[in-house]
Design a protein around this ligand. Structure first.
Ligand SMILES: Cc1ncc(C[n+]2csc(CCOP(=O)(O)OP(=O)(O)O)c2C)c(N)n1
Ligand SMILES: [Mg+2]
Length: 583
């Protein structure tokens, strides 16, 4: 970049200057499309982009590691249906952001990873440039689309294409490569302004075919034991009222997937969550709404679904609502595919259902209610116990009460036992309030999600974190303090991964691979940056600390000591964990 700064003008102002440049065109293109926040980490060649974006009135949230900025962008995309923007430097910064981009794509979260890159002519000849890497080629297989812009006059098109790719159809991650030279390129300001594109209808509705709607309704009507499964896609769709109406008008019991919890309140009488292991094998017709038959649903077959062995079909007939036609038949036969956006599909079903739809047979509803009542009573009994040391149940009984009293609060959750117990014990009451490890069960989303959730919504965030899970993004507590965000991090500290009890069988000085420093004081980490750190060892102390965090809205980290023997290996998915046969 030269020493003489060209006379540049922000084209959104009426200043009489004649020239604009790459920096300003990127910012103007984002702003023109209603994007007001960037999550990123500065450095060559995008430092000035972060400064100028802030100067142009955008919110620029700087992180300590790009993976956390990327996770923040991804979840902002999920919450708002606008692509979240993550901005990084070249090669290593780009790679740090890439995990989040791949995770966003897997989870169908719209985000755009914008990375600066080094000089094409040197990179392509592999002549050893500063942070040399062919980033576009590396990103391509890990995202929905990848683009590079070489000319300032193409910035408008590049941003427009990135936005459309991220949010249309099935949403996902998009990579946008911006070489260093692009930023300083200048062009006539009026021509620059003209080159920008305000994307019209970035996520067009996809109306389902009438015959597909009729087929789905006929199958649903024929069911003796119907079940509705609500997935993360249903939560993303923001068709909350129609989805609730569909469930309530049909009277069909439903199961929410993890991030669909709260779409209807978990305490809804039609929720079959507490009878999951009964309804999956027993249902005869299952309607999937924005849920995929992936590993989280045992691929729609096997013993979970009443099949004779681990691959056998359980006999269910499926209706699947999904925006992607390719999703159909990916694991088992889909009798009634309903392809379209979830809002349009659900409203078409509602129109077809009318007002005199027959409720499901009473014996099905009664059988579910019986199991539910029994399991809920058993859970209630477990939750009232107050063992010493505190365990997952007695700690989560507190979190459950706190969320009930603060249903607006956003719950971020990761870990193994810390994840599984929270999901099953803590009821959610509003849509898109539970943000977690998603399709991959990835550790490391905690603080990135928490920062974005607080920034995007302004609501209180409560992050329930396994002590291992927290470690993946823990340094962002500085970010939480720096932006003074209303985030209360609760670390379920059981001294390690799953449990703190493993020992080194050799008797050597190294501790076992799953074990951390015993009695670690994560609360001190928060205090180092001016936040509130609290160390608690029983439910009463936890309750007081959480209530105070919510009252004060101050950045808070609660180190909650949990019985190190309480967890199980891999939490609920022990069966996926191969263990050595040879002892
Ligand atoms: C990126 C990534 N690395 C590793 C794992 C494997 N893994 C699953 S859960 C977990 C941590 C579990 O320990 P903790 O967060 O303390 O939860 P606990 O069961 O102890 O409550 C790990 C390392 C993962 N899911 N993602
Ligand atoms: Mg742990």
């Amino acid at each position: 970049m030269g020493t003489v700064e060209p006379q540049v003008a922000n084209v959104t102002t009426d200043a009489p200057s004649q020239v604009t440049d790459g920096f300003h065109l990127v910012i103007d293109a984002l702003k023109l499309n209603g994007i007001d926040t960037i999550f990123g980490l500065p450095g060559i060649p995008i430092t000035d982009l972060t400064r100028k974006a802030q100067a142009a009135g955008m919110r620029v949230i700087s992180f300590r590691h790009e993976q956390n900025a990327g996770n923040a962008a991804a979840i902002a995309g999920f919450m708002t249906q606008k692509p979240g923007i993550c901005l990084t430097v070249s090669a290593p910064g780009f790679l740090n952001g890439l995990t989040a981009l791949a995770n966003a794509t897997t989870n169908c979260f719209p985000m755009i990873l914008i990375s600066g890159s080094s000089e094409r002519e040197i990179v392509d000849l592999q002549q050893g440039d500063y942070e040399e890497m062919d980033q576009l080629a590396i990103a391509k297989p890990l995202c929905k689309a990848a683009f590079r812009v070489l000319q300032a006059e193409d910035i408008g098109v590049g941003i427009a294409r990135a936005i459309r790719a991220a949010v249309s159809g099935r949403p996902g991650g998009v990579y946008l490569d911006l070489p260093a030279k692009l930023f300083a390129q200048t062009m006539d300001a009026a021509a620059g302004k003209n080159s920008l594109i305000k994307v019209v209808d970035p996520a067009p509705r996809q109306i389902p075919a009438q015959d597909a709607v009729r087929r789905a309704l006929e199958l649903l009507k024929s069911a003796r034991r119907p079940l509705i499964l609500l997935g993360k896609g249903a939560a993303y769709a923001q068709a909350d009222a129609d989805i609730r109406a569909l469930v309530e008008k049909t009277g069909i019991p439903y199961l929410p997937m993890s991030m669909a919890k709260g779409l209807l309140p978990d305490t809804h009488e039609q929720s079959a969550a507490a009878a999951r292991s009964y309804v999956l094998p027993e249902a005869d017709v299952v309607m999937l709404v924005g849920a995929r038959l992936n590993w989280l649903l045992s691929q729609g077959k096997g013993k979970t679904w009443g099949g004779k062995d681990h691959k056998a079909w359980g006999g269910q007939k499926f209706i699947q609502i999904d925006i992607s036609p390719q999703e159909m038949d990916s694991n088992v036969r889909i009798e009634a595919p309903l392809v379209g956006d979830i809002g349009s599909c659900v409203s078409a079903l509602l129109a077809g259902i009318g007002s005199n739809w027959a409720k499901p047979p009473a014996d099905w509803l009664r059988a579910i209610a019986e199991r539910k009542d029994k399991n809920l009573a058993k859970m209630a009994e477990t939750l009232t116990k107050d063992p010493a040391p505190m365990n997952f149940h007695s700690a989560l009984n507190v979190v459950r009460d706190i969320i009930k009293a603060n249903p607006d609060a956003i719950l971020v959750n990761e870990g193994a036992n810390a994840l599984d117990f929270t999901r099953s014990i803590v009821d959610m009451y509003q849509p898109r309030k539970r943000l977690d490890v998603g399709t991959w069960g990835v550790m490391g989303i905690g603080m990135g999600f928490s920062v974005a959730a607080a920034v995007v919504s302004g609501q209180q965030v409560i992050a329930i974190e396994g002590d291992s899970a927290f470690g993946f993004s823990g340094m962002e507590v500085e970010t939480i303090c720096r932006y003074n965000l209303p985030v209360c991090v609760v670390i379920f500290n059981n001294n390690g991964v799953y449990r703190g009890t493993d020992v080194n069988p050799t008797g050597g000085p190294d501790v076992a691979p799953t074990v951390f420093v015993k009695g670690a004081r994560y609360d001190k980490l928060m205090e180092a940056f001016g936040g509130i750190g609290v160390h608690v060892t029983n439910p009463a102390e936890l309750r007081e600390a959480m209530a105070e965090a919510i009252r004060s809205r101050k950045p808070t980290l609660i180190n909650a000591v949990i019985d190190e023997t309480a967890g199980t290996e891999s939490g609920r998915i022990t069966s996926l964990n191969p263990t050595a046969k040879k002892k």
